[in-house]
Design a protein around this ligand. Sequence first.
Ligand SMILES: [Zn+2]
Length: 295
Amino acid sequence: MHDMSSTSPTNGIRIHALQTGTVAIKELQRNGQGREKSSLLRVFAARRWTEPLPILAWLIEHPEGLIVIDTGETSRVSEPGYFPRWHPYYRVALREWVTREDEIGPQLRRLGFSPDDVRWVVLTHFHTDHAGGLPHFPNSEIISSKADFEFSRGVRGRARGFLPQHWPQRFSPTLIEPSRRRFGPFPASTALTAAWDVHLLPTPGHTPGHLSVALEAGDAVFFFAGDVSYTEQLMLGGVVDGVTADPAAARATLQRVRQLVSDRPTVYLPSHDPAAVARLTQRQVVSPPSMRRPA
Ligand SMILES: [Zn+2]
């Protein structure tokens, strides 16, 4: 089946965008409005919602195997009790629309793949709209940062709004710790593939152990940004989101991403940017403001 949401930057590699439903959050969460200190209570109280935003996951067809980046959301979010009632975030700050056919398993099958054929699943972090599709991958190697796994599990993880009770039984992902191998402006990286063309990059801020994934293909970098920012504009503007617990770390990460996109042609692919799929299919690289010619 021909997939309109994909691109093939080099022979042997194809990247697919998979939209697993939509989500609305508070405008103040998307755009922290320049505040230095985040305040969850302010986000909870805010009245303005974003428009419905895509919940994106990604599939890379790679010569070494299929790589999935994030698993999107599950349709179970509309079951009563799936989200804990006591947690205010789910009651007042999140709306999601996901059908069974939106889930990542059915989407992969429509493209002619079985989830069982996926070699690696990389989680950028454990928020529900990134980890909700985990049960589709009982046979894949799941990869996350050690820092975010520790941050998200158990009672303390639940208090922080994660849903470890819905992770697969006996869940034991491969845990990544920051290495000393630089990747451009990033001080640490881990190569996922033997070809050294897929790199896992610690990009702390949105969560303490947030991972981004960089794929080098041809002369471009495809940067799978998770929730480093909700849009490309917010990344270029250095705008920290309204829910981070560590604005300084988030700002440093955004600065590194801006350095990368000015050093190398980069297609920037966050999880909730309505323009991300078009940028992928057109392989549209970021043009940093400093490089733009005056009109
Ligand atoms: Zn998130």
